[in-house]
Design a binder for this molecule. Sequence first.
Ligand code: A3P
Length: 346
Amino acid sequence: MLFKQQAWLRQKLLVLGSLAVGSLLYLVARVGSLDRLQPICPIEGRFGGTRSQAEFPLRALQFKRGLLHEFRKGNASKEQVRLHDLVQQLPKAIIIGVRKGGTRALLEMLNLHPAVVKASQEIHFFDNDENYAKGIEWYRKKMPFSYPQQITIEKSPAYFITEEVPERIYKMNSSIKLLIIVREPTTRAISDYTQVLEGKERKNKTYYKFEKLAIDPNTCEVNTKYKAVRTSIYTKHLERWLKYFPIEQFHVVDGDRLITEPLPELQLVEKFLNLPPRISQYNLYFNATRGFYCLRFNIIFNKCLAGSKGRIHPEVDPSVITKLRKFFHPFNQKFYQITGRTLNWP
Ligand code: A3P
């Protein structure tokens, strides 16, 4: 009898224990999905902007982000949105390019910061005449919900090379912060080519070899009419931007270093955006299968970028690479001189 009772008690305790562990795991997952579980430290830095923003504790922002997450999942009502002051804000910073520089990785990694909210899609407001004609309210409505103390960031890499964009952004906000992520120009051009090539192959179309596009067969010189080459002449594009914005409003991110050593690059961006340092080594881990750093939000949730990021490049004739590097060299020197950031490009 006593033995039977003991067994019954043990069974009951086991059930209760499992329930407790289950609830704990659920709670961790829940909190995890709302926000990342990283140590919350006292504010060391300040947001740029108004006094109330500066005084807003990040701890509160981290918790409030939970509701934001719920709203995005469709679990929060309009009333909750109103009650919690959720707003769609125009971006305080834009990643203007460069295409294939690592713009997606940069945006996703910055979004690890509790005070940053990303616009997931490329909005193409300033470079697309049809979208631009829809007006600034259309653009604002495309922005994600955020708390007033957070900053919204969007990325549309075509902005960097499109003629009309600097003036249009200036008209929206002349003191906006502009992020440019660049890679060694020849590598970037090959990455650009690889993306187009993949698109052609998907449609069962044939395409020229990179060498044929990058080098003019008549002159044997670099073909500056080829878009992938032109985009990599960073200084030419930047000069157009400088007619509207002082250089202090730009920050250059080293896209090659963001691949191999993302944290120091992200810390420089945090500083540029006047954000307290919150992205840590904990948020980034190297995934050997992907060959890239991936993002860790908390003990449960992590993600790598899509497979379309980090394609295998085709092999390119070394003499063409040398020719291109020689061609880009003087433009690179000018770019370093203007931006004050020297990169280790050949
Ligand atoms: P490749 O596909 O040539 O390797 P963008 O987002 O501007 O299109 O840039 C794509 C590039 O981001 C990729 O180019 C890849 O090298 C780079 N990148 C940087 N960090 C990455 C990361 N953590 N995961 C995947 N790709 C990353």
